[in-house]
Design a protein around this ligand. Sequence first.
Ligand SMILES: [Zn+2]
Length: 907
Amino acid sequence: MLTKSFRSFLLAGIASSLVLSACTRGDDNVTFDQVPPVLQDVAPVGQLPDGITPTAYRLDLYADPAEDAFSGQVEIDVTLTEPHARIWLHSVDHDVSAVKAILQDGNELEATFTRSKAEGGVSRLDFATPVPKGNSTLVIDYTAPYNFGLAGLYKAEQNGRPYLATQMEPIDARRLVPSFDEPRFKSPWTLRVATRAGNQVITNGALKAQTTLDDGSIQFQFATTREIQSYLVALAVGPYDLRDGGVLPPNGIRAQAVPFRGFAPAGKGDQLELAMAITDEMVTWQEAYFDYPYPYGKLDLIAAPDFAYGAMENAGAIIYRESRLLMDERTSLARKRQAMTTHAHELGHQWFGNLVTPRWWNDIWLNEAFATWISYKTMDAVYPNTGFDLAAQRAAIGAMDNDSLSSARQIRNPIARNADILDAFDSITYRKGGGVLSMFENYLGEDAFRDGIRLHMRRFEDGVADVDDFMTSIADGSKNPDVVESFNSFIMQPGIPNLEVNFSCPAIDAGLITVSQSRYAPLGSSIDPNGQSWIIPLAIKMNGANGERTVREIFTGQALNIPLDGGCPDWILPNADGAGYWRFDLNEPAWQSLIVNYDALAPAEQLSFADSATAAFASGNLSASTLLDAIAVNANGNWAAARDPLANLKSYMKALPGTDAKDALRDFVMSAYGARWDQLSARPTETLSQGEQLLKTALNTSLLEIGRMPEERARLAAAAAAYVGVINAPDPAALTPDLVQTAMAIAAKGGDGAFFQSALRFAQSTPDQRQRRQTLNTLAEHGAEADVVALMDLVRTDAFQGQEAWSVYLAALKNESAGDATWEKFKTDFDLVIAQTPEIRKPQTARLVASFCSTAKIDDAIAFLELKSDLIPGYERQLAQAAETAGLCAAFRAEKSNELAAALIAP
Ligand SMILES: [Zn+2]
């Protein structure tokens, strides 16, 4: 699965207040060998009891998108290790009309169904006579409402037409069907689905037969799948456009052709073309990487009319958010790259996650970290020289803000409750996890690491594996067992290693590098820097009398001395290849020598330099004047490095006291980046690499905001007015896709009421859902106070979805020109807004605290949210992290803004 953004959420409709002891009592009426674990009388929390295993599902459904409920019968073949009169399984919102077990001898046992109030819909079947040891079949008849919160089998409308789609991961397959809904249970699934004529039906298996029933509905019979876990089951029903992609032809790894299709909401089928065109190349590359044929017989790509995540890797039937699959000539380069990367991620899951599955949710991180990592490898292979060689490092750096918090989560977390499962899909899992895998691939070598992955696929095909199994495969495949301890030190504790590295020359021909490690802690943090340590695959690059070389060593303990022959190096870069998941810090002379020799660094090393320099300033270890020197030299580095400090510069602008300091920062930004901008903007786009195009867009946006480009601002504001149709009809050609959002923000900031109203009409009429939401949020964040307050009322009406109201309210809190009015209105309308917000968004509301940077406002926001905590269940981690982020912002301003101002004004 790929999250839309990084979030955790609590499942809709579960009673979360019931906390049960892990220790459960047996039933007094049964003999001891029947008691634990199955026949317990208290609903299990976390995993279902052992002793019963599902071995096959046959699911028969009637599902018409025009209705509001569906009906089904499921047959589940099960194996019991002992006789049991009570069976626990998962079921949410099902109205069960009949339950029985069919025994091997053909006899049937009736049962009663009791829906439990326990977390996660743990429910029970009670048989008057115990179901005997061995094989039998459970048969359950039921009806259920469609979900309207994008979970389980859910209904969503687009352009007035109803559609069905599924999202089961992590624990919503239990909404579709009563089931043993845990990843460790893998079994074949056979679906038969009837629906009203005129609808497409897509699921994991290939279509085998289609029959018209007496009532005119159409019944679709699908082939039985390979063994899959319940969260990979997929179903889509509705008037989807179909694009037949023929087959993915056989290749050196796979003898069979794979039938290939794409589906999109009605009218959008043509937008499937770009993703479908690259699919064969991606699959072929991944088959070669895994040395294993694509496992699932056919492949369907489905753009859902609405979707909670980025995409979901259902075996052979991947479902995407529209914006992650559908593209056309108006799609910006950045969004195309994002969509293609999502596609590569979901394809990678077909092996890692689907063919080989985590045993339990505590290892879902490995699933997602691996898919993230291989998506970048795949992109770099199918689109060479487009900057994806730096993607894993950029993603890892992107996780470091979160990983700098004292409340950061370790990659591999224990999972005891459902709420913990949902917490596990965050930036630590995807980005840090992917970065850590990349670090160990760099350490072991590409071929040795790949040999470990291939071994893992063969060892556990169609089965489950935990992180220890994975590490054993990597150690065996790469023939390097030493890696395990180091790997564990990165996944079993939170935080970023901070390496303090310096060099000296005890003798004319002898140098000495000293290294010490601590945990990175920004100013204002409660982290104890010396409270933990890592086993680090250290790599330090240097240049001196003996030429350029890299020292590699496994660094354990707190400090390390590395003696050097040949005297002092001229400079050292304590993250060779930029592959290490750590930050480094140097003394001022060592930073200065690195700044002077910046051009000798490889692109990934320049990126590491940029991240470490801004981080060292934020932790109080680097002076403002050296930071500015570092940013200035880095502005002419490779595209990714040059882009890295732009977000920091924007936050410095907000932090600086007074107009003189802000003006001085504008001067600095123009002197550092102005020449780079002139150079990039003078060249025709087709001569720029993709990285340079991305840098150009980022520079354009940044220089408009924190540099000096008044004429360009005026030009873009006029273009935005034409784009949304202030005077004439909207003109899509008025803005290039890369600049739409920037131009809209500039125009909205101008406070022109005519623009605001035209942009609002534009948002409500565009068929592009993403553009609609983005425009609404941009207006809320940048519009004039009275307009924004009116917009807040408007989005609570029927013309808008609940999710849109929620995001407009949160965007309005970031509006700097609107003063306190939006915050007061937010508080007044809170109960109404939350009541119409989808369940999965409610706890994320707590993130609003991170929009603030003053202690009084932070405290006010925390107190308000705690007062309203009943309305946003599961908010605790979100609030803790947002409050800490806000507190760090306030501490940085208090401790660093004056020093920065002085360095800018009097360089
Ligand atoms: Zn994923």
